[in-house]
Design a protein around this ligand. Structure first.
Ligand code: PAF
Length: 305
């Protein structure tokens, strides 16, 4: 056992198998290539830590698809467009390591910032069209940071598959397009959004909500679910979206970055003349200083304008 493993896993359940932790590209590659040379398939689950059941469900999916699962924890500074957002991003490495150990994840890659962005680093991976709308329009530079770090994590680890949650649906579509454009030999899988009992989508940022904000947060899922129901019942989209905004406003959720129906593949805004579907409804709202996002599929052959 390396000194890294001893210090990073101290205090955990003694019965659980030790979770190996690597911090360098060389160590990550050595582990992954040993497994792959034995014919074992490898799933990568990139995260920024503060793990919750949504992340763990992606790890479990990896375990059903591959013999080995590698988790990464790296709070990527390049995807935070506001310094205070990076500073307040939740972090609990000890708990994360305990959860991953309990789950039987095979390896944790936890690099320092310099390992990912060494001095002189200047490459940016950018998908301008897919990044221009939704969260990209409200968080300038965010998706350039995501695409850059995810391309690096994929090329550093060279897994068979990589799994990302559908809660960040725009991110998932950007990553799918990126691996096709750059011929990165990995299959990208989406994992279903995991929700609290009342419907709130799990997110690391939920821990930043105070009890009053948490109570109001559920209105996002409720507004999106009733909008989907109404669209599927044939109600015109403009009145559905207006009602969803009213519902949010009644729950004192008044700061709405977007509430829109877009095509799943292209992420283009619904257009009665041109859109072919499938579609999704997307929203981002603020509760105090915390921004939460969610999306749901709209399963109809056509939408009324
Ligand atoms: O979804 C996230 O947690 C991050 O955007 C990701 C994919 C780990 C890249 O930093």
């Amino acid at each position: 056992m390396s000194s890294d493993q001893q210090s990073d896993t101290a205090g955990l359940n003694q019965d659980a198998t030790v979770l190996p932790i690597v911090r360098t590209v060389a160590d990550l590659r050595a582990r992954v290539s040993t497994w792959r040379s034995r014919g074992e398939r490898v799933a990568l689950v990139p995260t920024m830590g503060a793990l919750h059941e949504g992340h763990l469900s992606l790890m479990r999916e990896g375990q059903t698809l591959c013999e080995r699962v590698v988790a990464t924890i790296f709070v990527n500074p390049k995807q935070f467009n506001r310094a205070e957002d990076l500073q307040s991003y939740p972090s609990d490495n000890e708990r994360d390591i305990a959860l991953l150990t309990e789950l039987g994840v095979d390896l944790l890659y936890m690099p320092e910032v310099e390992e990912i962005y060494p001095p002189g680093f200047q490459t940016v991976v950018s998908l301008p069209a897919l990044s221009a709308c939704l969260c990209g329009a409200h968080r300038p530079g965010h998706f350039d940071g995501v695409s850059t770090v995810v391309s690096k994590l994929l090329l550093q680890s060279l897994p068979d598959i990589a799994i990302f949650g559908e809660k960040d649906f725009q991110q998932l579509q950007i990553i799918r397009r990126m691996v096709r454009d750059l011929n990165i030999p990995v299959s990208i899988q989406g994992g279903a959004t995991v929700r609290e009992a009342d419907g709130l989508a799990l997110s690391s940022r939920n821990r930043l909500l105070n009890p009053e904000e948490r109570a109001r947060a559920v209105s996002l899922y409720r507004a999106l679910s009733s909008a989907v129901e109404a669209i599927e019942a044939g109600e015109p989209l403009s009145s559905v979206l207006e009602r969803a905004r009213e519902e949010l406003s009644k729950a004192h959720v008044t700061s709405i970055d977007y509430l829109e129906v877009r095509e799943e593949q292209s992420l283009e805004l619904f257009d009665a003349e041109q859109s072919k579907g499938p579609w999704r409804i997307f929203a981002a709202v603020w509760l105090g200083s915390t921004r939460i996002i969610d999306n749901l599929p709209v399963r109809v052959p056509s939408i009324r304008d």
